[in-house]
Design a protein around this ligand. Sequence first.
Ligand code: ACO
Length: 322
Amino acid sequence: MSLSILGTGSALPSRAVANEEFTRIVDTSDEWIVSRTGIRSRRVITGETLTELAAAAGRSALQNAGAAADELDLILCTTIQGDYITPSLANLLQRDLGADCPAFDINAACCGFLYGLDAAQAYLAAGKARRVLLVSAEQMSKFTDWTDRATCILFGDGAAAVVLGPGEALQYIRVRSMGCTDSLHIPAPARATPFSDRERETGPSFLYMHGQNVFKFAVSSCAEGIRRALDALNLTADDIAHFLLHQANGRILDAVRRELGQPKEKFPGNLDRTGNISSASIPCLLDEMNRQGRLKPGRRLLLGAFGSGLATGTCVLAWGKE
Ligand code: ACO
C-alpha cells in the first residue's frame, strides 16, 4: 500500500431542497422521510454544471494540499455520468484546472470513491504518478423520477475531491462487484436503428431501486466488509476512530453500527443535509471533518461503501500527510 491523502475539498450546489418541498410534488411527509431515512434536506443542481462543481471541489482540494494543478500526474473522476457521455468529466477538469496529465472517469456508482482510491494507489505504487487528483462528482437529480416517492426523496447532487500522493496511510482496501441489475439500475437511453431486429426501449433514464433488497444488501455487505478488513489487519472495531460509511440511509448506518457494537459518535454523518450523493458522499464527509479539525493525525479511519453493481468497497487508512 502506498498512498496518503494530502488535501480534501468539496462543492455543493447552491439550491437546498428541504423535505417540505416534496410534499408539493409527491404524497409524502417530512416526518416519513426523516424517520425512514434521516434526510432533512439535499442540494440540487439548478444553475451550475456538474463540471463547475467538480472543478471547484478539485481546486479546493489542491489548495488544502498546498499543491498546484501543474504538479498533477493523473486526474481520476468518479461519476455515474458527467455533463457529456464523451469527453469524460475528468477530461473537462484537466482543461478547467489547467493541468497537463492523463484524465479518465470511473463509474462504480456509490462505491466510486473507493474504486478511485484503489486505482490511484496502483498508479502511485507503480511509480506512474506522484500527485493524483481524485474527484467524485454526481448529479443524481438528472436520473430521478420525480413522480416516484420511494426514490426521489433520497438523492442529492455534489462533488468532493482528494489530492493523493505516495505514503503509507492506506492500510487496507478491497473493492467488489456482483454484476446484478435486478435491485438497482439506471437504463442507458436506447435508440432504434434502421438495422434493429427488435423494438428498443427509448424511455427516460430514471433510477430504479428495490429499496428493501438494497437495504438488506447494504447492511450485510457493509458489515461483512468491515469484519474482513479488521480481521486482515488484526484489529477490532475499537481500534477505528471513525467509520465513514456511504451516506444512503441513517437506518443502514445504525444497523451496521449496532452489529459492530460501536457508539454513535464514531459514525459521523452529513446525510441529513446532503441526501445520498452517490460516490461523492464519503469524500464530502471526509472534507467536512477535515475542515472541522475532527481528523487527528495517525488515527485510523474506516471507509465503507455499497451501491449499484451491486458493488462494495472497504478501506482502512491512517489520517495524516506523507
Ligand atoms: N413517503 C411516504 N411513504 C412512502 C415513501 C415516501 N417518500 N416512500 C415509500 N413509501 C411507502 C411505501 O409505498 C410503502 O407503503 P405500503 O406499506 O402502503 O406499501 C411504505 O412506505 C414502506 O415502503 P418500503 O419500501 O418498505 O420502505 P422502507 O422502510 O424500505 O424505506 C427506503 C424505503 C428508504 C428506500 C429504504 O428501503 C432504503 O433506504 N433502501 C436502501 C437505499 C440505498 O441504500 N441505496 C444505496 C445505493 S444508491 C446507488 O447506488 C445509486
